[in-house]
Design a protein. Structure first.
Length: 251
């Protein structure tokens, strides 16, 4: 977890399925704000023994405990990417008094956005295990397959600490289907939009593939596209993303 102690703004980065959202090249633009970028439940060294322990609700509770511990007296700015947008929306829905704003970076609005987790959920366990193992062994190849044409510069010498197969299947398969069921998820999202300022951020190359509802665009405090970036904007254009977040969130 990255944590800068100085400054009054507290920014909480909530990563998506592959993990590791807050790139140092993006964070440098946000100083002197405090930035928290935890590994969610099931990532890094926090992998539980039972896959059914990994759910969206448990991730929201994980974020709640983190914020209670690290930002006791502050209202936080949530930055959620992809699946992290679902977790951030859940937190904003339950604890709007703790949220100064919510930046949704191509966060999932419907199951149509959950393309990779849908693929995992449909496969047998042996295949589900093989795919993340392969991608972790060749992150540059995974990025190329994802349509990112600058894998070496994107990686910056860092290795993935991403999702386990059990996590992909448990939380992002049946777990995500449950939370996306209408009308519960739509009500949760609408309540979050009603309670806190929500900024929508997307990559210019991937925006057309995002299933963002018209009501969300109308209700958002702002909408921004990051030039020359796709769904993995924090890897493809970290400096541009950091500059945009600073404009939105840091006084």
């Amino acid at each position: 977890m990255t944590h800068h102690e100085t400054g009054s703004a507290v920014l909480v980065f909530i990563h998506g399925l592959i993990g590791s959202f807050a790139d140092p090249r993006a964070l440098s633009a946000l100083k002197p704000a405090t930035t928290l970028a935890p590994d969610l439940h099931g990532y890094g060294s926090a992998l539980p023994d039972r896959p059914d322990e990994i759910t969206i609700d448990r991730q929201v509770d994980f974020v709640r405990r983190l914020i209670d511990r690290e930002a006791r007296n502050a209202r936080v700015h949530l930055i959620g990417h992809s699946l992290g947008g679902v977790v951030a929306a859940g937190y904003a829905h339950q604890f709007p008094d703790r949220v100064a704003s919510f930046v949704n970076v191509e966060g999932n609005f419907t199951l149509a956005d959950a393309f990779w987790s849908r693929q995992l959920a449909a496969k047998p366990p042996s295949e589900v295990q093989r795919i993340p193992d392969r991608d972790r062994s060749d992150p540059a190849g995974w990025l190329r397959e994802a349509g990112i044409d600058r894998p070496r510069s994107c990686l910056g010498g860092r290795r993935s600490r991403g999702v386990s197969a059990r996590h992909g299947r448990a939380c992002h398969g049946s777990g995500r289907r449950r939370i996306h069921r209408k009308p519960r998820y739509t009500r949760m999202l609408r309540h979050a939009f009603d309670q806190v300022p929500v900024h929508l951020v997307a990559g210019a190359r991937s925006r057309s593939g995002c299933d963002v509802r018209d009501w969300a665009i109308d209700a958002a405090a702002s909408y921004t596209e990051i030039p020359d970036a796709g769904h993995m904007g924090m890897l493809e254009a970290p400096e541009a993303l950091g500059t945009e977040l600073r404009r939105l969130l840091v006084p």
